[in-house]
Design a protein around this ligand. Structure first.
Ligand SMILES: *[C@@H]1O[C@H](CO)[C@@H](O)[C@H](O)[C@H]1NC(C)=O
Ligand SMILES: *[C@@H]1O[C@H](CO)[C@@H](O)[C@H](O)[C@H]1NC(C)=O
Ligand SMILES: *[C@@H]1O[C@H](CO)[C@@H](O)[C@H](O)[C@H]1NC(C)=O
Ligand SMILES: *[C@@H]1O[C@H](CO)[C@@H](O)[C@H](O)[C@H]1NC(C)=O
Ligand SMILES: [Zn+2]
Length: 383
C-alpha cells in the first residue's frame, strides 16, 4: 500500500520520498515513573498504511517536533524571537513561532500546566495553513515539514522586523537593536560552491544557505552492493570535487568553446545545529519507486573538519565536532513501514536517550540509537 502511496506522491511532483510518518509522541522527561502520563493507545494505526495516509501529516509533524525539541539551541532561539520587545502588532505576526515555542515546552514536559496528553498541534498546523501551506495533502514528509517550518519562521521574523521598523521610526537606534538581535536560525549554514576553470585556472565561489543538508546515497551498483556506508563518508562524497561542463568562464569563455570546470562544495558557514537528511528514495530500472534500505552508520560525535571551506583552503583540517541530538528512522520495507524517533532530553544535562514510537515512549541506550537506520539526523555543535 505504501507503494501506491509513494507512486501517488511521485505523481504530485514532489521531490523527496514521503518516509516519515506514524512516529510521534510525547516524551515525559525525567525518570521512568513519569511515563504513566503518556497516553497508551493508537496501537491500531501502527504499521497500517491507512493510518499513514489519513493521519500521516500529524505524524510527520510530531516526528519533526520531537527531533527539534531535543535541540536546546533551537529552543532558545525560538524563545529569543518571541522575547524581543515589540508592539502588539509585531507580536501578533509570530503565530507559528509562538505555537512552536508552546509545543516545545509541552513535549519537553516543561510547561507548568499543559501536559502532553491534553495537547494537540492544531494551533501550529492552523498557523502554517495561514501561511499558505497545505498540510492536508499527502505528499509531505518530515524533511518537507522541516523546510516548511523554517520558511514560515523566516517569514514571521521578516514581518516582525518590518512592523518594528515602521513603528519606531523616531527611534532609529532602538529599531536597529531590535532587528539585529534576531539572529538567523541555528540550523542555517552556508554551502560554499567553488568553481575552478580547468582551462585558465580562474576561480569563483558562490554561497548558498541551507537549513538541512540533503545527502544522496551512492548509485546502487551490484559491484559494491554491500559497501558499508557511514554519514561521514556520505558527507565527504557529497562535498567532493567533481567536473562539470557547460559553465561559462568569465575569463576565457570567449576564446575557448568547450570549458570544463572543477566544482567543489564545502561547508562555508557552519550551522550551530546540523540537520542531515538521507535521500532514501530511489528508482528501480523498471521505474518503480523504492526505499533504499542501506545501512548508514553514524556516531554520536561527527567531525566535519575535512569538509569545511576555510580548512580546505588552508590545508589545515582542524576538527569541527557536532554531537548527536536526535534520529528519525523509518523501519520496514517500502510497502509496510513504521516510523520511530530517538531523541535526547533537551532539558536535563544527563545524556539520556528516549525511544518514541507512536505514543509509546521508553528510555533507550546509546548503543541502540547507533544501531538505527537514519532518515534524518540532528546534531548540535560542540562548544
Ligand atoms: C496494543 O497492542 C497489544 C499487542 O499488539 C495489545 O495487547 C494491546 O491490548 C493493544 N492496546 C491497545 C490500547 O489497543
Ligand atoms: C517560550 O517557552 C518558554 C519555555 O520553554 C517559556 O519560558 C517562555 O515564556 C515562552 N515564551 C513566550 C514568549 O511565550
Ligand atoms: C501527534 O501529536 C498530536 C498532538 O500534538 C496528537 O493529537 C496526535 O495523535 C499525534 N500523532 C501521533 C501519530 O501520535
Ligand atoms: C585569465 O586567463 C588567462 C589566460 O587566458 C590567464 O593567464 C589568467 O591567469 C586568467 N585570469 C584569472 C583571473 O584567472
Ligand atoms: Zn577560464
Amino acid at each position: 500500500m505504501l507503494k501506491s502511496f509513494l507512486r501517488q506522491y511521485w505523481l504530485t511532483g514532489a521531490a523527496t520520498i514521503a518516509v516519515v510518518a506514524s512516529a510521534a509522541y510525547y516524551v515525559a522527561i525525567g525518570e521512568p515513573d513519569n511515563f504513566q502520563n503518556v497516553k497508551k493507545s493508537k496501537n491500531k494505526s501502527r504499521n497500517k498504511l491507512a493510518g499513514l495516509v489519513n493521519e500521516g501529516n500529524t505524524c510527520f509533524i510530531n516526528t519533526t517536533l520531537q527531533a527539534l525539541a531535543s535541540c536546546p539551541i533551537f529552543i532558545w532561539w525560538i524563545d529569543s524571537i518571541l522575547e524581543k520587545p515589540s508592539s502588539d502588532a509585531a507580536g501578533n505576526c509570530l503565530e507559528t513561532t509562538s505555537s512552536l515555542n508552546l509545543t516545545m515546552a509541552v513535549i519537553n514536559n516543561q510547561h507548568p500546566t499543559i501536559s502532553a496528553d491534553l495537547f494537540n498541534t492544531r494551533q501550529l498546523i492552523q498557523s502554517l495553513e495561514k501561511h499558505g501551506w497545505n498540510l492536508k495533502s499527502e505528499e509531505q514528509d518530515a524533511h518537507e515539514f522541516f523546510n516548511m517550518l523554517f520558511t514560515t519562521i523566516d517569514e514571521e521574523i521578516n514581518k516582525k522586523s518590518k512592523i518594528v521598523k515602521g513603528i519606531s521610526i523616531d527611534d532609529e537606534q532602538d529599531t536597529t537593536t531590535v532587528c539585529q538581535s534576531i539572529s538567523s536560525s541555528p540550523f542555517r549554514g552556508n554551502l560554499a560552491s567553488q568553481l575552478c576553470c580547468l582551462t585558465c585556472g580562474h576561480k569563483s565561489v558562490r554561497y548558498d544557505a541551507f537549513e538541512c543538508l540533503s545527502i544522496p546515497l551512492p548509485k546502487l551498483d551490484m559491484r559494491n552492493a554491500f559497501t558499508m556506508l557511514n554519514v561521514q563518508g556520505l558527507l565527504k562524497q557529497f562535498l567532493a570535487a567533481e567536473t562539470v561542463g557547460e559553465v561559462q568562464c568569465d575569463n576565457c569563455s570567449v576564446t575557448n568553446g568547450k570549458i570544463v570546470f572543477m566544482k567543489q562544495l564545502s561547508l562555508g558557514k557552519l550551522p550551530q545545529c546540523l540537520c542531515l537528511h538521507i535521500q532514501r528514495c530511489d528508482w528501480t530500472n523498471a521505474g518503480q519507486l523504492t526505499k533504499r534500505q542501506d545501512l548508514v552508520k553514524f556516531s554520536e560525535e561527527l567531525n566535519v573538519g575535512n569538509v569545511v571551506y576555510t580548512n580546505r583552503l588552508s590545508g589545515n583540517l582542524k576538527p569541527v565536532t557536532y554531537r548527536l541530538r536526535a534520529v528519525v528512522e523509518h523501519l520496514g520495507m517500502a510497502d509496510s513501514g513504521h516510523f520511530v524517533t530517538f531523541r535526547r532530553n533537551a532539558v536535563d544535562g544527563r545524556a539520556k536517550w528516549f525511544y518514541t514510537s507512536d505514543t509509546y515512549i521508553r528510555t533507550a541506550t546509546l548503543e541502540e540509537v547507533l544501531k538505527s537506520s537514519p532518515y534524518m539526523l540532528f546534531y548540535e555543535r560542540c562548544a
